[in-house]
Design a protein around this ligand. Structure first.
Ligand SMILES: Nc1ncnc2c1ncn2[C@@H]1O[C@H](COP(=O)(O)OP(=O)(O)OP(=O)(O)O)[C@@H](O)[C@H]1O
Ligand SMILES: [Mg+2]
Length: 1021
């Protein structure tokens, strides 16, 4: 066992349990001494199987044997090795049983269980190897459930060995000591080679690489020479697939030989060559007459070892025969020899290939060697010094190519089904993004995702591949990577240094491993000289999960402390000031991870509650910032994560619930909003104020979601017992304001909001204060608050919110509307241009509706009624598709009014008829429609009905204090009255309108009202 396992480590292992069937009966029937002899033979037969396949016997428990695969070093095929070992053991036990049956009068059979998963591996001199974890229990229980001669496999083990095994699922096992039933599979058969290589999917990309291979082939044929092409790339990147694709492009008369190096096994040196020779259509018999007797003997030994052990022949002799064979083949026809998985080749084979490439002359032979980058660890100068050698590195696929691949995977899986637009599906997108440009990873992830949904952990096969690769690293490299993985996908040497602080380590300890990791392409350079990133995010995850939690927990906390300090003091002044500045949410993530890990491994730690509160508060504060910026999904996620960690009874639950509620409401997640309040009440049983705040907030939700009309009185009574509960009162006044707005009482609503504002100022709650200021500002468009005051508020808020365009946009929209009312149409246009740009860039759909609506108003005020109608219609369409039918309806009314002002009476009639369908009136819309009808009747000389409708509107207008709405309606009434010959009524209405506009400071409209009055005066006096 090497130094690595000397320290306790988390590892992915495969555990195999083998046990004799009916051992009690055996013990009863055999003399103990005889029994011991039998058991010894049984143990050694099983242990031999385990050893041959690279496993370690961890212990003997009674008659059971527990073996582990993946220690001290992981292999991607550990599960397959364990299955092979089990298979081997069962056959050996059966053979032993047959042998002793006649003499001992007993039957011997065994049964096996295999499970794969995480475990703690400890290897101490005093206690030996110990593997601890649930995987061990699962394997033991699977073995217990297996019948005689049966091998039962757990889920991950099946996945890992999937292409080599035929299995049958058995009903889930309710295993002792396990909360949930465990899925299990019975092994039916085991194949020597992978069963799936059907290349169902079209080849994506790789045209450059195919071209390079084709050019090398042409050169070989043209020049009658031997070329060596080495294809290098990460596991699963598509090396073997590329070669298969290339072979398909070759002319029919080309001789092709394909062999694979096995990952382990005795006598494996020339096995790939033997396999390659077998892959010839006539094996090599066609060319046998051209070879000398010695070569023929050697080749026969190589390809049919059972006929004569070729191992008796020297390596040199075998190598010579292979050279001769390929030479003869290459003389006859162009020949392509492929040796795949060369990184597993024995040194002798590597030498043979290099020699072959240098030695073959005047023959057309293309040697293609396929390997992972670690080939260069064993042979840094592979292919060097040859006249015709080329290395092709296979890069990751780009995002567009991965999207095509995932589409193809989906099309393949649901061939014939009506499935469309897979790549747009967020779950499929996650495959594209998270599979690191690696087709195999994408295939494996896709499978898991389709079967188990998005919450499924990364497929074990990917983990096994990466873990095997990481296991080859030195301790120094691994120590760097473990810390780096805890820091994140990107990391700096400075951060690494923080994690070594106090451990007396100089720079060299980090620099040399970093350089080696770069060379192995496990990491890449980042944006700054001292920053790096993991080349594969999945590799980072694997390192992270394989790092002991004890270490991870401590490192996360160290990083959080260091980053918090930097956040306060700021990073040192430098050109690279970005380095070390905490990235958004970073401190919270580290604290949360530290806390979660401590809960898992030290649930009794007395410092845990304080850590949980710290983590919760950091998450909550990040969540508040996200909410402030209106990044709603992020806000909800952060706040809810904070809630998870916040202890029961903490006073923070109340505000937290309001924030989640606000975010969920704005994101239109009704159930989530209500649930936030329920959770807070449940978590604060001793806090009556929390109950009050939640009661008020429930009514706010009721009005916002249109559930019912809230009653204020009972709430006010309840609150009167807590006159200084500013938070509950602040929300109560907001509720009041919302009710008043719904009743079109904008002045009173403004007063209520101001009451809420002063409460929030006592609370020193900036979030609450800002949202109230924002609401007051928006209200200034409709309330009797004079335009000037509104513009002053806009100016103050533009400065106050300057850093955040999301909350500046509504302020700009209000400002534009108010400016237009004063007659500053160009100014309004300018402000709207800015607002529209921000809203477009930030994709603020609701703000874009408001911008479009105010543009309509500005055009209307400027007398451009056709343009205004178009804009209002557009805003109505946008509003409807945003799920807001009532405002959409009102906007459509505005559009129709503009059409009338433009003189398009026919369109108005059509529009009004349309409005009847699915009517959802707001007072504003209702009044507009009444006025429009009255105006049309009036134009059609139907004065009595027009006047009646106008009188109704005049009555209805009393229920709102919106000065501009009142002014607009009164001006229409004046028109109707005047046409009907009711001069005095007309003058009264217009004069009243003028007073409304003037009081508001809507100078443009006030001026127009005065002009109208003046014309009335001239003709009616
Ligand atoms: N360009 C591609 N287009 C479509 N599918 C691909 C592409 N490249 C690879 N695949 C598929 O991805 C899977 C993995 O590819 P392949 O076996 O060739 O990887 P590899 O690089 O040889 O890996 P290893 O080092 O483990 O042998 C295969 O199912 C293969 O068909
Ligand atoms: Mg391959």
């Amino acid at each position: 066992m090497n130094a690595r396992t000397a320290r306790p480590a988390r590892r992915n292992v495969v555990v195999l349990f083998i046990d004799l069937v009916g051992s009690t009966e055996l013990a009863e029937r055999l003399d103990p001494e005889l029994l011991r002899q039998v058991l010894d033979r049984y143990y050694s037969a099983c242990a031999a199987g385990v050893l041959e396949h690279g496993g370690v016997v961890e212990k003997y428990i009674g008659d059971a044997i527990m073996a582990v695969f993946g220690v001290p070093t992981s292999h991607e095929d550990d599960a397959l090795r364990a299955i092979r070992a089990a298979h081997h053991a069962l056959s050996a036990v059966r053979a032993l049983g047959i042998e002793i049956a006649p003499t001992h009068g007993i039957r011997l059979d065994a049964h096996c269980g295999i499970a794969s998963g995480e475990a703690m591996v400890v290897d101490m001199p005093e206690s030996g190897l110990r593997v601890i974890g649930d995987t061990v229990n699962t394997a033991a229980r699977l073995q217990g459930a297996a019948t005689s001669g049966e091998i039962l496999l757990g889920e991950d083990a099946v996945r890992l060995a999937r292409t080599y095994v035929r299995v049958e699922e058995v009903p889930p096992l309710s295993l002792k000591g396990k909360a949930r039933p465990v899925r299990a599979w019975r092994l039916l058969s085991l194949e020597a080679t992978p069963q799936r290589q059907d290349d169902d999917l079209p080849l994506i990309g790789r045209s450059d690489e195919l071209m390079q291979l084709t050019q090398a082939y042409r050169r070989v044929v043209r020049n009658r020479q031997c070329c060596l092409v080495t294809i290098l790339g990460a596991p699963g990147i598509g090396k073997s697939r590329l070669v298969r694709e290339f072979l398909r492009t070759l002319p029919e008369d080309v001789t092709t030989l394909v062999g694979q190096c096995p990952s382990y096994g005795s006598g494996a040196t020339f096995r790939p060559i033997a396999e390659a020779i077998h892959s010839l259509p006539d094996a090599w018999t066609g060319v046998a007459p051209l070879l000398d007797a010695m070569n023929v003997r050697a080749l026969r030994g190589l390809t049919t070892p059972e006929d004569g052990p070729f191992t008796e022949l020297s390596v040199e002799e075998t190598a010579r025969s292979i050279r001769s064979l390929i030479e003869v083949l290459g003389q006859r026809r162009p020949t392509v020899v492929v040796v795949d998985n060369l990184h597993w080749a024995e040194p002798t084979l590597l030498e043979l290939i290099e020699e072959l490439a240098g030695w073959l002359a005047d023959v057309s032979v293309l040697l293609i060697c396929v390997a992972r980058p670690e080939l260069l660890d064993i042979r840094p100068n592979w292919g060097g010094g040859m006249s015709c050698a080329l290395t092709v590195e296979i890069p990751q696929l780009g995002e567009a190519q991965m999207t095509r691949l995932v589409d193809a995977l989906a099309a393949n899986r649901w061939a014939g089904a009506d499935v469309v637009a897979q790549s747009a599906d967020p779950t499929f997108l996650s495959v594209v993004r998270n599979s690191d440009g690696n087709p195999l990873f994408a295939e494996l992830m896709f499978e898991v995702l389709v079967e188990e949904g998005t919450d499924a952990p990364p497929p074990p096969t990917i983990q096994a591949l990466l873990a095997a690769r990481l296991d080859r690293l030195s301790d120094g490299e691994r120590e760097v990577l473990e810390r780096a993985a805890t820091i994140g996908t990107t990391f700096t040497t400075e951060e690494l240094g923080v994690l070594w602080e106090g451990e007396d380590v100089d720079n060299l300890v980090v620099d040399a491993p970093l350089r080696r990791l770069l060379r192995q392409r496990l990491i890449r350079r980042g944006t700054y000289p001292t920053s790096f990133q993991f080349a594969q995010t999945l590799a980072r995850e694997t390192v992270y999960t394989m790092t002991r939690k004890e270490l991870r927990g401590a490192w996360h906390l160290k990083l959080a402390d260091w980053l918090s300090e930097r956040a306060h003091t700021g990073p040192p002044e430098s050109d690279e000031a970005e380095i070390g500045r905490p990235r958004y949410g970073e401190i919270a993530n580290h604290l949360e991870a530290a806390c979660r890990i401590r809960r898992e491994i030290h649930p009794d730690d007395p410092t845990l509650p304080a850590l949980a509160v710290r983590a919760a508060r950091t998450l909550m504060s990040d969540g508040e910032q996200a909410l402030y910026r209106k990044d709603l999904p992020a806000a909800i996620a952060l706040l809810e994560r904070g809630r998870e960690l916040l202890p029961r009874g903490d006073s923070g639950h109340r505000r937290l619930a309001l924030h989640i509620c606000d975010a969920a409401f704005a994101h239109n997640e009704r159930d989530r909003a209500y649930a936030a309040l329920d959770v807070a009440e449940e978590a604060s049983p001793e806090d009556p104020r929390c109950g009050l705040t939640c009661a008020v907030q429930r009514e706010i939700l009721a009005i916002k979601f249109g559930v019912h009309q809230p009653e204020l009185a009972p709430l006010r009574d309840a609150l009167s017992e807590y006159p200084d509960d500013d938070l509950s009162w602040a929300r109560f006044h907001q509720l009041d304001a919302l009710i008043l707005v719904a009743q079109d009482q904008f002045g009173a609503a403004t007063t209520a909001l101001n009451d809420a504002l002063s409460r929030s100022r006592s609370l020193e709650d900036r979030y609450e204060e800002d949202r109230l200021l924002g609401a007051l500002c928006e209200l200034a468009q409709w309330s009797p608050v004079p335009v000037r005051e509104g513009l002053d508020l806009c100016a103050t808020l533009s400065t106050r919110f300057a850093g955040d365009r999301v909350i500046v946009v509504p302020v700009l929209v209000t400002r534009a509307r108010l400016l237009a009312l004063t007659g500053d149409v160009p100014g309004a246009h300018d402000v709207l241009d800015t607002a529209e740009r921000y809203a477009g860039e930030l994709r603020l759909d609701l703000a874009l509706i408001a911008v479009t609506q105010v543009r309509g108003l500005v055009e209307s005020l400027a007398g451009q009624h056709a343009a205004a109608a178009t804009l209002f219609t557009r805003a109505a369409v946008m509003s409807r598709s945003a799920g807001q039918p009532a405002p959409a309806w009102t906007l459509q009314c505005y559009a129709i009014r503009e059409l009338l002002r433009h003189g398009d009476v026919r369109a108005v009639e059509d529009g009004l008829a349309w409005l009847e369908v699915g009517r959802r009136p707001q007072l504003r819309g209702e009044l507009l429609v009444a006025c429009l009808r009255a105006l049309i009747m009036s134009a059609g000389e139907n004065h009595p009905e027009a006047v009646a409708l106008a009188a109704w509107a005049a009555e209805r207008i009393r229920s709102t204090d919106d000065p501009c709405l009142r002014g607009d309606v009164l001006m229409d009434i004046a028109t109707v009255y005047r046409a009907a010959g009711r001069a005095a009524g007309a003058v009264d209405a217009a004069a009243e309108a003028e007073r409304c506009y003037t009081a508001k400071g809507a100078d443009l409209l006030a001026g127009r009202a005065r002009d109208r009055l003046a014309t009335f005066g001239e003709t009616d006096r």
